[in-house]
Design a protein around this ligand. Sequence first.
Ligand code: SF4
Ligand code: SF4
Length: 472
Amino acid sequence: MGEPQRTSLLDAPEHVLSTLQKDGSRRWLRPRLSHGHFLTARRIAAYLLIVIFTAIPYTSINGKPTILLDVVHRQFTLFGKTFLPTDTVLLALGMVGFIITIFLFTAVLGRVWCGWACPQTVYMEFVFRPIERLCHGTAGRGGAANRPVPKWRMALKHVLYFLISIYLAHTFLAYFVGVENLRHWILGSPFEHPVAFVVMTVTTLLMLFDFGYFREQMCILACPYGRFQSVMLDRQSLIISYDPQRGEPRGKFEKHVASGARRFGDCVDCHQCVTTCPTGIDIRQGLQLECIGCAQCIDACDAVMVKLGRSPGLIRYSSQDAIDGKPRRRFRPRLVFYPTLLVIIAALLAVVVSHRQPADITLMRNPGLPFVLNPDGRVANNLRVKITNRQSSPASFSVSIIDDPQAQLTMSSNPVMVKPGESLTVGLVITLPREVFVAEKHPLKLRVTDGDAVNRQLDYQMMGPSNGANHE
Ligand code: SF4
Ligand code: SF4
C-alpha cells in the first residue's frame, strides 16, 4: 500500500472562486451565448432599461428633475419633490423602507434584480459582452479566445469600450449634477472646470476598469447584495435550480435506448449550462453565492433537452423546497414581518409628510451676553433667524413683531429673499424699554410670512435685567 499523498497546507482547494485558477491567476470568462425565451425577454428588458436610465436625467416633474441627487448642495429631488438635510426623519424612514423592500423582494423573487435589472448586469451582458463577441468571435469559457484576434479588432474593442465608458460616466454623473451642469462642463474648456474634468475622467476610468477588467467580479466579490442573499432567501424563495432528482446520475446520452432502460438521468453532462454562465459556476452544484439569477443556464439546458427530445426544465425557476419535493408553505414569517414593517413605515411617512411645512423657520439666540443695555436705556437682544425655503419658487419672507408696540425690530434686510431649496440665516436685534422687565424675561411673538403659503408665529422670551421696572 502506497503512502497517502501529502498536500501542503498552502495548497488551495480546486474551486476557490470561479474567476480564479488554482495557481491564483485570473480565469477570464467568455460565456457562450445561449438563445432562448429568457435571453429574448432579458434583452428587451435590458435595452428598455438602458433607454430609461439614459433618459431620466433629461426629464422633469413639476419643473424639477425627476431624479437629482445633488450631494454638493445637499438636496435630493425625487419625482418632483425636493428633500433637504432638515428632512432627516423622512430620508431615514425612506431608507429603512427601501432596505426592507429589498429584503421582501428578495425573499419572494430571489435575485431577479441581479439577473434582469442591475446596471452592472445590463451593461455587461448586453453592451460590453456583445462588443467583445463582435471583436473576438464567440469563444468558449476560460483562457484565451479560441483563435488569435487581429490587432485592429482588439483596438476597435478598446475604442468602443472607452466611448461607452464616457457615455456611462456622463449619464451616471447627470444624476448627481444635473444635465444643465453637465452640458456646461462638456461645452466649456477643461481649464474652466478642472475639478469637473477630473471627476469625469476618474468616473470614465472607473467604468472602463469595471466593465473592461473587473467585470463579473463586481457581482462575486464586491457587491454587498450578493453577499447578503443567504440571509435574505428562504427555502421558498424563487431561485434558479438544477433538478437533481431528474438529472442524476448524469451521463452521456445513450442513443437508441428506451427511456425505461436508461442508466442515466436527464443530464447528459454536456456542460452547456457551465460554459454559458457569466459568473463561471456550475449550477448543478446547488445554489451558490455567485449565481446572479440570469437564467442563461435555463436557456442553454432547455435547448439541449429539446434537441434530445426530452422535456425542458431540468434547470428552471423554482425554490429549494419545490426541488426537494416539499409542499409549498402558505405561511412564511418573513412575508408577514416585512410587509407589516412596511405598513408601519408608510404610516410614519404619511404623518411626517402631512406635517411638512413649505418653509423651515428657526429663531436662535446669538452666543454671548443674553442682553445688552443700549445708551438710550433700551434692552437689546441679538438673535438670528434661519429660513429654509422648501417651495419650488423664490419667496420673500418678512419678519415682524406681533402686538407689542414698545418692541422694535432691526434687521439688515427685511424682507429676506430665499431661493427655492436654499437656507438663509439673517441677524436681527429686538429692543424693549428697560421698564418693561418686571422679571428677567418678557414674552414676545414674532411673525414670519411670505404673504402666501408661509405664515408662522414664533414665541420668544426677551431677556433683560431682573429689576428693570424699578431702575431709576
Ligand atoms: S446543460 Fe443540462 S444537460 Fe447539459 S450539463 Fe447542464 S444540466 Fe446537464
Ligand atoms: S448559474 Fe445560471 S442563473 Fe446563475 S449566474 Fe450562472 S447562468 Fe446565470
